[in-house]
Design a protein around this ligand. Structure first.
Ligand code: ZN
Length: 234
């Protein structure tokens, strides 16, 4: 069956029978899950959290100093990971965020490289987008991670300001059409001396984490780590 058609029928049955696994249709779901345990075990895990100098850590070399970083899953097109992100981003499905967060939490606990972390910081979204969407997907991931690891969440310590375009034609040519990201600390004292773990949904180029990380550093935390739900090649 073509992917789009298969997806259509999966969505249809999920609408009629919301307690079945989104991938295989099994009814053996636990807690708030939308996938059964078998399908969760078969996800494309990266093991990055346990691997020093993994591809995500290398991405930040020479850009920003991070204590440890990684992503839990490989993001591939036409996969169940893509379906989970579609549910999270476009269908207001909080369960998809919690599930991805719990998966991240399990993977982080399996590693011994994140034991120093004492607070989670979700990548903020602009207030206009938050009003439109109603939730910050990175915060949902944090809630899933916190349910496994018990780390507190600092949700209001930093905010995202409106992106600005590069100023001149010359700049645009040099930097492509990428917008400049800006963040602002709201409560720097809550970050001072803490071991932060910044949480984002997908890591592709690392540009968001780089911009956010430089802003967080001005609050003088003890260390900054980074964890994404999924890694994708750009
Ligand atoms: Zn299943």
């Amino acid at each position: 069956m073509p992917f789009t058609l298969k997806k259509y029928f999966q969505d249809f049955f999920h609408l009629l029978f919301p307690n079945i696994c989104l991938q295989c249709g099994s009814e053996e779901l636990h807690d708030l899950n939308i996938l059964c345990n078998t399908c969760i075990q078969e996800l494309p895990y990266t093991d990055f959290f346990s691997i020093k100098d993994n591809v995500v850590e290398k991405m930040f070399w020479g850009r920003i100093s991070l204590s440890a970083s990684g992503a839990a899953l490989f993001f591939t097109k036409k996969s169940i990971v893509q379906i989970l992100f579609f549910e999270l981003k476009y269908k207001n499905n909080a369960k998809a965020g919690w599930l991805l967060g719990k998966i991240m939490g399990d993977e982080l606990l399996k590693s011994n490289r994140f034991g120093h972390i004492n607070v989670l910081v979700p990548v903020p979204i602009q207030s206009a987008r938050l009003r439109k969407r109603g939730y910050n997907q990175a915060l949902l991931l944090c809630e899933g991670i916190a349910s496994v690891c018990g780390w507190p969440i600092l949700n209001k310590a930093i905010k995202k300001l409106k992106n600005t375009s590069t100023q001149t034609h010359k700049d645009r040519l040099q930097r492509g059409s990428q917008a400049m990201m800006h963040f602002e600390l709201c409560h720097p004292q809550t970050l001072h001396g803490m071991h932060l773990l910044v949480i984002d949904d997908v890591v592709t180029t690392g540009a968001t984490m780089e911009a956010l990380g430089h802003c967080l550093l001005t609050a003088q935390p003890a260390s900054i780590g980074f964890a994404a739900a999924a890694y994708t090649l750009h």
